[in-house]
Design a protein around this ligand. Structure first.
Ligand SMILES: [Fe+2]
Ligand SMILES: [Fe+2]
Length: 474
């Protein structure tokens, strides 16, 4: 499954044999490049960046590393190899062959799924547009750009599906994906978390740890889809996604490491004293974590959803690791435990499994998120610092589902508005916290140098040294 780079749009879908599709995508391409010039990384379009580019859909050796100017990045259309005789593994009619074309009766729902996923990709590039101006190192700058170009490619992946399988509506949706803007009041991105700001690098690491991980779980659920082109597209996107989450996890770990070093060397614990030494206090770090985690939990949607049930029963979207789950994969007679608000308390209740698939995917995400937090706590432990980071209760600070409109404490108790107001300062980043973090953000670009608030990584990218010239400024 190698990729044809001789074409204007690199691809492994034989684009040259479908002239109408090729023309439609070649028409969309300049609009995409215009969007990139306007909304892509600020002030870096002319730099040579040491980037990974997908060159094959083989699990072994799918990527190439080398210097590229970002506007020349070879965005293209790459699907994972087809699985001979692939069947659908869940829902009504499970065991039937996967669809190679969109069934008429599921067209609207499938389009909605593709558009919702597609919209998150350019949104995150927009959210991260100015971060390069305050990068803590060249290594980090390169990682930011790597994430940005790959989110651009993920947009391409969804736009290919829209153009190839959804006719005129698909082409219109593809244009609209370039018109919405993150945070815009008139024409915002579709999902809440993708309209929040990513104003500083701590936010960026939290975003790539938590919000890109939501991406992983959505993509895993879509990788099970009965619509085979969607399954193959998302499977390949997942190979790129792993690096985004690595950037987040290792970024936060390095912030913790640096703070610990300063706390140890100067024997300080008081957050104000820690801040005075130019590093991020652990309390502020916890508040950033609380914010990004809770906002990301909302992305999974309402805890009871008839749409989720329909998407599953009609074989459009499966569960995380569907084939590893030991049940009938139809779920008609199964139940699932969710939390609900009853008379001012959170109570567990058993509901039909089919309507609670959003909640199930959210719970899978929570388990996965927890692992990284444990690894961050090991950094604290190794440094002899007693502070421990925690994931908030899943009902905390939610805007979607049963908890919306409630005030719920970090540990999952319904509280009054008055109590919330006295405690929120300790739970979510305040303007003052954000101003402090922003005050640390100065651009460091000398090879091998790092801002004072973050430790260097353990290793460089692709075997290169840490002081390698990851970006050549022109
Ligand atoms: Fe993505
Ligand atoms: Fe991502």
């Amino acid at each position: 499954m190698s990729i044809d780079y001789s074409e204007k749009i690199p691809n492994n879908v034989n684009l040259s044999t479908d002239k109408a599709l090729q023309r439609a995508l070649e028409h969309w391409q300049p609009h995409y490049l215009q969007w990139w010039a306007e909304m892509g990384p600020e002030g870096a379009q002319n730099d040579d960046v040491y980037l990974r580019t997908a060159v094959s859909a083989d699990a072994s050796g799918w990527a190439n590393f080398g210097y590229v100017k970002m506007p020349d990045y070879r965005w293209g259309i790459f699907l994972a190899a087809p699985e001979e005789g692939r069947k659908v593994n869940f829902g009504e009619h499970k065991g039937e062959p996967a669809w190679q074309e969109v069934p008429g009766e599921h067209r609207a729902n499938l389009r909605r799924i593709v558009v919702t996923q597609g919209d998150t990709e350019p949104a995150s590039v927009e959210q991260q547009q100015y971060l390069g101006l305050t990068c803590p190192s060249q290594y980090d700058l390169r990682n930011l750009f790597q994430v940005n170009v790959e989110e651009g490619r993920h947009l391409w992946a969804m736009v290919y599906l829209l153009h190839r399988y959804f006719g005129r509506d698909g082409r219109e949706e593809a244009e609209a994906l370039l018109e919405r803007r993150s945070g815009d009041t008139d024409n915002p991105r579709i999902l809440g978390a993708f309209n929040e700001k990513t104003p500083d690098w701590l936010s960026f690491y939290m975003f790539t740890y938590f919000t890109d991980r939501d991406g992983k779980f959505q993509l895993c659920a879509l990788a099970e889809s009965g619509f085979d082109p969607l399954a193959r597209t998302t499977r390949f996107m997942l190979t790129e996604e792993a690096h985004h989450m690595f950037v987040g996890e290792s970024g936060v770990a390095r912030v913790i490491q640096r703070t610990c070093e300063v706390m140890r060397d100067h024997k300080v614990e008081d957050p104000a004293k820690v801040r005075a030494l130019g590093v991020i206090d652990l309390e502020t770090l916890q508040r950033y974590l609380n914010f990004h985690y809770s906002v990301t939990l909302d992305l999974f949607g309402a805890d009871q959803s008839s749409n989720a049930a329909t998407f599953y029963s009609t074989r459009l979207k499966g569960r995380f690791e569907e084939t590893k789950i030991n049940d009938d994969h139809v779920l008609k007679n199964d139940t699932y435990k969710i939390l609900d608000v009853v008379e001012g308390e959170l109570v567990e209740k058993e509901v039909p499994a089919l309507v609670s698939l959003n909640e199930r995917l959210r719970d899978d995400f929570i388990k996965d998120s927890f692992r990284g937090v444990s690894r961050w706590n090991r950094v604290l432990e190794r440094n002899g610092i007693p502070f421990r980071l925690q994931l908030p209760h899943k009902a905390f600070n939610r805007r979607i589902g049963a908890f919306a409109g409630q005030r719920i404490s970090l540990d999952g108790h319904i509280i009054s508005e008055a109590e919330w107001n006295t405690k929120v300062r300790n739970w979510l980043p305040s303007d003052e916290d954000r101003a402090f973090v922003t005050s640390l953000m100065g651009r460091v670009v000398e090879p091998g140098k790092f801002a004072n608030w973050i430790a260097p990584p353990a290793t460089g990218i692709k075997g290169q040294p840490i002081d390698f010239a990851y970006v050549r400024f022109n």
